[in-house]
Design a protein around this ligand. Structure first.
Ligand SMILES: [Zn+2]
Length: 420
């Protein structure tokens, strides 16, 4: 057996073991604290709500473990089990060899993975989310979403796949630099097109009509010297009762989007503070930092792919006897996550630092106490546990643990009150 086969299998199983171990820890910790609401939350959260959050976490983690095992089995079946090789020879027989056959090969593997993942998507939406009262997706909406998603994947994914294969075939031995530049271009294009062309396929966006709230938001934007093109309300309630708010777009074309579910559960002062937090991610340059880090990581990825695609062992060690550009892309996409999970705690820690910085910004330009209230409401509405396992949280969570986050906001609020 090739050493890389062993390294791949060991990394894959180590990932699975760590995921399962952390999930078990999370379930045990949350269950242990099922009846103990952390001191800082007082009467804001009832014991029934706290227990519901614990049950929701447990249910999701248990499905997560099963799905991780299932996904690992699929990855092994596609690689060492010969799935990629099989779909490759099928694509080669179905259409003329070349870029078209490679594109069909890539799309066939993505289609297989999508179909194999469907039972979990169905289970989460119609069993798990339903049981906890979050699901609002009707079967017709679900089917329409899937069809639109597949059509989009076929056009966008097929286009990107064909483009990559063309660059690999025609740009010489340094093709990976050209491919990286093209990848950045596609990323920017999709960022531009998403709010305009793609998001409206799935949701309705209407301008925020509440004049008093709009005035409040404009005052906040002026205070922070921030330019946004428009404020929209999105019908998130079509699918779920979970609430959210986000920015999209680039440069001066930025849009603010509120889920209707968020607007219905928060008051004006709380909405303003949530927006101030989101705005902070732009003003503190978190977004450009992430873009630059993403570009640097993808450059490293393409350089690695450029090198791996020239090594015969990369194919044979992973169950593909005949090398091809399409197989190189597929193997890379399946194999990298088996190793890259090791850095995910660092990325999570980086993200949590940004969250604390954005909270402090919101406290300066809006109101820390309103943000704390808003977060408690959102934790409650989304059944987010207030008592995550510290290790699980440090490894996975992009946002700080609720108790610490609220405590810091209260301290900032008290500081602001004292200085007035
Ligand atoms: Zn944030």
């Amino acid at each position: 057996m090739h050493p890389f086969t062993i390294a791949f299998v060991v990394a894959l199983l180590a990932h699975l073991a760590v995921q399962a171990w952390l999930a078990r820890r999370q379930i045990a910790y949350v269950t242990r604290h099922r009846t103990a609401i952390p001191a800082g939350f007082g009467t804001a959260v009832t014991s029934a709500e706290h227990a519901k959050a614990a049950d929701y976490v447990g249910a999701r983690q248990r499905v997560g473990i099963v799905e991780d095992i299932y996904d690992t089995a699929i990855t092994l079946a596609l690689t060492l089990g010969g799935g990629i090789a099989l779909l490759g020879s099928w694509a080669g027989a179905a259409v003329a060899p070349g870029i078209l056959a490679g594109t069909v090969h890539l799309l066939a593997v993505f289609a297989a993975m999508t179909v194999l993942g469907l039972p979990f998507t169905l289970y989460r939406t119609f069993v798990l989310e339903q049981r906890f009262g979050f699901n609002r997706t009707r079967p017709a909406t679900f089917v329409a979403d899937q069809l639109k998603g597949w059509a989009l994947g076929l056009i966008l994914g097929g286009g990107v796949a064909a483009g990559m294969l063309w660059i690999m075939a025609s740009a010489g031995s340094s093709w990976w630099i050209v491919a990286w530049a093209a990848w950045l271009g596609v990323t920017l294009l999709v960022t531009w097109a998403w709010p305009r062309l793609i998001a409206p396929l799935f949701n309705r966006f209407s301008p925020l009509e509440d004049a008093a709230l709009r005035e409040r938001i404009d005052a906040l934007l002026a205070r922070c010297d921030f330019h946004a093109k428009a404020v929209y309300v999105m019908d998130g309630s079509r699918r779920s009762s979970h609430g959210n708010a986000y920015f999209t777009g680039l440069g001066r074309e930025k849009r603010i989007v509120f889920f209707d579910t968020l607007l219905s559960s928060l008051g004006p002062a709380q909405i303003e503070s949530v927006l101030a937090h989101e705005l902070a991610h732009f003003k503190l340059r978190h977004i450009p930092q992430r873009l630059v880090a993403g570009a640097a990581m993808s450059l490293a990825g393409f350089a690695l792919l450029g090198w791996l695609s020239r090594q015969d062992w990369f194919y044979t060690a992973l169950g593909v006897p005949v090398p091809s550009d399409a197989a190189a892309l597929l193997l890379f996409l399946l194999v990298v996550p088996a190793f890259s999970w090791i850095v995910s705690p660092l990325l999570a820690a980086w993200s949590r630092r940004h969250e604390y910085e954005a909270d402090a910004f919101a406290a300066r330009h809006s109101d820390a106490r309103s943000l704390a209230e808003a977060l408690v409401t959102l934790y409650k509405d989304n059944a987010t546990t207030l008592t995550p396992d510290p290790l699980y949280s440090a490894f996975h969570d992009s946002h700080p643990p609720p108790a610490t986050r609220i405590e810091r906001l209260r301290a900032l609020g008290a500081g602001a009150a004292a200085s007035q």
